[in-house]
Design a protein around this ligand. Structure first.
Ligand SMILES: Cc1cc2nc3c(=O)[nH]c(=O)nc-3n(C[C@H](O)[C@H](O)[C@H](O)COP(=O)(O)OP(=O)(O)OC[C@H]3O[C@@H](n4cnc5c(N)ncnc54)[C@H](O)[C@@H]3O)c2cc1C
Length: 108
């Protein structure tokens, strides 16, 4: 049985980073990313390079493919909107990234 069930809402930089770290820290846990759109882990910062033609294929803006992400052990649910009421209705415990975790090492 999974030791912990973690759901990251959002599949861009923050959500995917959180999910990857959760997989790393708790390999037996069940990590799911819920993402409203169909493009997890895309670099929206790269959009200007696609528009200018410097990047030819929009799909090259993905840091990782869906297959890469699922290979890490996480589940990714694309085209899935988490309603604001999800936490209170489901008994989820919400963890908001308001502070660095106590085991966080800084390099500066
Ligand atoms: C053109 C452009 C250029 C940029 N250039 C730079 C740069 O050079 N350097 C830099 O540091 N930053 C840059 N940024 C900013 C950077 O892209 C953002 O700071 C970063 O993307 C924020 O990441 P995020 O994961 O917090 O949120 P977002 O990237 O906004 O992602 C939000 C995610 O949550 C999902 N989501 C939202 N609501 C729900 C819901 N209810 N249920 C499920 N999923 C949901 C969305 O589908 C999406 O996957 C740029 C942004 C743009 C638009």
């Amino acid at each position: 049985m999974a030791s912990r069930r973690i759901v990251a809402v959002g599949g861009s930089d923050a959500g995917i980073s959180a999910a990857l770290r959760a997989c790393e820290l708790d390999p037996d846990g069940e990590v799911t990313v819920v993402v409203a759109d169909a493009y997890p882990n895309f670099s929206i910062c790269g959009i200007p390079y696609y528009v200018s033609g410097e990047v030819c294929r929009w799909s090259d803006l993905a840091h990782r493919t869906l297959a890469d992400l699922t290979a890490t052990g996480m589940q990714v649910r694309t085209d899935t909107l988490a309603p604001a009421s999800t936490c209170s209705a489901s008994g989820f415990r919400c963890v908001m990234p308001t502070a660095a975790p106590s085991n966080c090492r800084t390099t500066h």
